[in-house]
Design a protein. Sequence first.
Length: 118
Amino acid sequence: MKTIDKYLIHYGQEPTAIKLMPDFRAVFCEYLVGAKGVYLWVEQSPYTSRKAITRNFRVALPGRAVPESYEYIDSAVDPFGSRAHHVFQLPVQVKGQSRTSQPDFNQSIRAQAGIDAR
């Protein structure tokens, strides 16, 4: 059995942590005007907390740099605000470390802008 579920992805510097089933697959992202938010729709097995895994997602605006290790999922467009929102999945954390070595998000932005991070 499979279900389609939707999750709100919060804006800001902190990623949104979502508990999903291991077989989840992102279907698409959508900006809901009434809720003024970006939602991620996923296909997955029926949810059971014992088997759930945590995955982190982040919204970035066009032109905003994200680390290479972030995986692009989809884009959602606000039809009235003429703004796109791009959703990325962050690398899976293993024992306090990510599987790939990635700099802090803000350090990445500062480095690309040529700003001294000291």
